[in-house]
Each structure stands twice: as structure tokens, then as C-alpha cells.
Ligand binder design. Sequence first.
Ligand code: G3P
Ligand code: MG
Length: 248
Amino acid sequence: MWPYSKVIAHRGGGTLSPENTLAAMQCGLDYGFAAVEFDVMLSKDGIPVLMHDPEFGRTIRGTGSVANSTVDELVKMDAGAWFSDQFIGEKVPTYEEVVRFCRAHGIWMNVEIKPAPGFEEETGRVVAEMTAAMFADVSVTDLSHLPLFSSFEFPALMAAKQAAPHIPRGFLIDEITPDWRAQLQALGASALHTNHRHLTPSLAKEIKDAGLGLFCYTVNTPERAAEILSWGVDAFCTDRLDLIPADF
Ligand code: G3P
Ligand code: MG
């Protein structure tokens, strides 16, 4: 049901490094994490890059958007200066670069498909096609060596399912709605990913009883992690790699 790690580094290195960069992946490694979550969005010319926000202004200085910038423009942008002077010059990485880095270091990936508004299906399809090509050497039954896609956007995951049905999917739902079973079934999803703040022990039990994986975001104290694990939650991502060890 959950053939992956229990503790996953959120956005690469959580709050200890600039999110969704290669430096963040290195940070996760340095803290002993062998599993990572990150966000993937398409550039104007349809190349997946690591990015959380569709609009600039937080991790990328200035104004503009990912969907209106080419990959050549994006990979020159500084994605580290906002975080601290130590990371000035850290660039926006492409998805392909990050997959290569993670595979080279044995890091498992939860690839969150994070489409810019209006690009849901295209993002799901392109990310899935590229992932299938990059993992063509891995057996479809070797789940712990294949990434797990997730998305809040149903159409994005549906497009991923069509393009690469053998790459597993987890549906991200902030607050679980009564139609969760039908949605997961339509997506052929193997897991439900949800905000731990809205989860209850009885909902957790229902999801586990349905034979699904159950993943929570984003758990930042050991006490809360222990509590949700006691409800049957399989795994969670964390920003606090310094407080919650990979072998928690
Ligand atoms: O995939 C779990 C979590 O990353 C979802 O929220 O906003 O941090 O991408 P967000
Ligand atoms: Mg995410």
C-alpha cells in the first residue's frame, strides 16, 4: 500500500534551504533523507521546471510568471537570494536536472504536478511523458524506484494517467470531501495526500480500510508526526529536517 519512505523532505530541504532547488535536494541528502517532495510547473515553451508559485515575487524577485517565461529565461533566474546570502546564485532547476540528481543519489521522488492556472492537462501530460522516458529502465513493478505523482488538480493527474498509466498517482486534497473514493477511483490513484490539519482518526481509518496509501503534508513537530502515524497514516512530508529525522 505504501512502498515508500515514511518521512519525506518537503520541497527538497524544507525550511532549511531555498525550496525546489538543487541546493534543497543536497540539503535533504545532508540531513540523511532518501525521499523528497517537490513541485513541477511548465515554462512558456512547455519545459517542466521546479517551482511552487505561478507568479514571481516570493522565491523569484520581480514580477512576471512562469507560464510567460521560457525555460532559457527561467534557468537564469536566481531562486536562492530570497532565502539568504549563502544561496545567492542558486538557479531555477529543470525537472530533468533534478531527476538526474535524485537518481544519481538514490533519492526517491514525490513529484507534485503544480500547473499554472489553465495548464492543468498539458502539465500532467508533459511531466508524465518525460518521467516515463527517464524511468524507462525501471520495471513497472519496482514501485520504490519509480516516482509517485501527486496533484491538487484532478485534470492534471488524469492527463498523467493517460500519458503514463504505470507511474503511480496520489490525489492531493486539502480537506477531504465525501466524494474522495470516486475521485481516487477515477484517477486510478494508489494514495490520498491530505493536509494533516483536517484529518481525523476515523477518516484515516476509512482511507486505510479502502486499501489506499495515506500521506499527510506538512508535519513539522515530532509530537504531531507520532500522533498521525498512530492513526495509520503511512507517510508525511516535513519542513523540519532538523527536528524530525528521516528514520523517525
Ligand atoms: O505535496 C504536499 C505539499 O507540498 C502540498 O502543498 O503548497 O506545499 O505544494 P504545497
Ligand atoms: Mg508541494
